[in-house]
Write a protein that binds this ligand. Structure first.
Ligand SMILES: Cc1cc2nc3c(=O)[nH]c(=O)nc-3n(C[C@H](O)[C@H](O)[C@H](O)COP(=O)(O)OP(=O)(O)OC[C@H]3O[C@@H](n4cnc5c(N)ncnc54)[C@H](O)[C@@H]3O)c2cc1C
Ligand code: FES
Length: 272
C-alpha cells in the first residue's frame, strides 16, 4: 500500500538543553532512517496538539540523531517545552531545498543570525566546518536581545578557534555581565573581513532583522543573487499542496525555505 505522505514517523527525545528562558534544544533519535541537508526543515508533531515546522540545528553528517532548537511561541511549542526526555514525537520530512553549498564553495561566507535564527545557521556552520578546505572564510555575526538571550553560548568558543572563522556577537541591550558590542546586529556589519568580489551572505532571523540586514548587505555591495534568506513563512502541509506558505510566485515549503534576495526582491510583502 502507498505510504500516507502526511503520516509522521516516531522520534524519541534523548536530551533537552535549556538555551534561554524561552528556547530549548531537543535532541531527537528517529526510529526510522532519517537524514537532512542543511537548511531543510521538518514538520514536528506533538501527539494530540498539532504540528509545526522547524529546521534541524545539528550537523547533517550525524545520522542517528538530530537537534531542533525551539522558541516557545504558542500552542504547539508551549506543549513541546513541557515534554521530558523519553517522550515521543512525530516527524515528517525533511522538506525544502536548503542551502546550496556548491554555490558557496571557494567563497567568503558571511552568516548573519538573529535570535533563534541561529538554529538553522548552526547546522550550516557544521556543514562548512566539516568541509572547510572548500571555503575561503566563514564570518559569523549574531545578535540577541540581551546576553541572557544568546543561544549555544558554550559552543561559541570552539567555533571561534577555527582558523578560517571570524565570530562576533552583539546584544541590543547591554548589562554588566556583557563585555561585547551593544547595538543591533547591523552595527557589527562594518569592516567585515571579507572580499566582496567572492562573498555570499546568509541571513536568518526575525523578518524585521532580515529586512535591515539585507538592506545593509546591499549597501555594502552584495549582489541580490548572493544574499540567501531563510523564509519562515506560515506553513501547513509542507508539501507544496495547501498554498499557506506562498511568497510571491513561490511556495516557501517546496521552492525554499532558502531563497536569494534576487528571487524575492519584487515580492511586496516579503518581510511580513
Ligand atoms: C521553514 C520553517 C522553519 C522554522 N524553524 C524554526 C526553528 O528552527 N526554531 C523555532 O523556534 N521556530 C522555527 N520556525 C517557526 C515555528 O514553526 C513557529 O514558531 C511555530 O510554528 C509556532 O507554533 P505554535 O503552535 O507554538 O504557535 P502558534 O500558536 O501557531 O503561534 C504563536 C505566535 O507565533 C507566530 N508564528 C507562528 N508561526 C510562525 C512562523 N512560521 N514564523 C513566525 N512567527 C510565527 C504566530 O503568528 C503567533 O503570533 C520555523 C518556521 C518555518 C516555516
Ligand atoms: S505549506 Fe502547504 S504549500 Fe507550502
Amino acid at each position: 500500500m502507498k505510504k500516507n505522505i502526511y503520516q509522521p514517523s516516531e522520534a524519541i527525545i534523548k536530551d533537552i538543553i535549556r538555551e534561554t528562558s524561552l528556547i530549548k534544544t531537543f535532541v531527537l533519535r528517529p526510529k526510522e532512517a532519517f537524514s537532512f541537508r542543511t537548511g531543510q526543515f521538518i514538520e514536528l508533531t506533538v501527539p494530540g496538539h498539532g504540528e509545526a515546522p522547524f529546521t534541524p540545528s545539528s550537523d547533517p553528517g550525524v545520522k542517528d540523531r538530530f537537534d531542533v532548537t525551539i522558541v516557545k511561541a504558542g500552542c504547539v511549542t508551549e506543549k513541546l517545552h513541557s515534554l521530558k526526555i523519553g517522550d515521543s514525537l512525530g516527524i515528517r520530512g525533511p522538506y525544502g531545498k536548503g542551502y546550496p553549498l556548491d554555490k558557496f564553495k571557494g567563497k567568503d561566507v558571511l552568516i548573519v543570525g538573529g535570535g533563534v535564527g541561529l538554529a538553522p545557521l548552526r547546522s550550516l556552520l557544521y556543514s562548512l566546518f566539516g568541509d572547510i578546505d572548500n571555503y575561503n572564510k566563514v564570518v559569523l555575526r549574531y545578535g540577541a536581545r540581551t546576553a541572557a538571550d544568546i543561544i549555544y553560548k558554550n559552543l561559541v568558543p570552539g567555533w571561534s578557534k577555527n582558523k578560517k572563522t571570524d565570530v562576533m556577537f552583539t546584544v541590543d541591550v547591554g548589562d554588566p555581565s556583557w563585555q561585547g558590542n551593544v547595538g543591533l546586529v547591523t552595527t557589527i556589519l562594518k569592516d567585515l573581513p571579507i572580499d566582496l568580489n567572492k562573498a555570499v551572505g546568509v541571513v536568518c532571523g526575525p523578518p524585521i532583522m532580515m529586512k535591515f540586514v539585507t538592506l545593509k548587505l546591499l549597501e555594502l555591495g552584495f549582489k541580490p543573487q548572493d544574499i540567501y534568506l531563510s523564509m519562515e513563512k506560515s506553513m501547513s502541509c509542507g508539501l507544496g499542496k495547501c498554498g499557506h506558505c506562498r511568497v510571491g510566485k513561490f511556495y516557501a515549503c517546496k521552492d525554499g525555505p532558502v531563497f536569494t534576495f534576487e528571487e524575492l526582491k519584487d515580492v511586496h510583502d516579503i518581510w511580513d
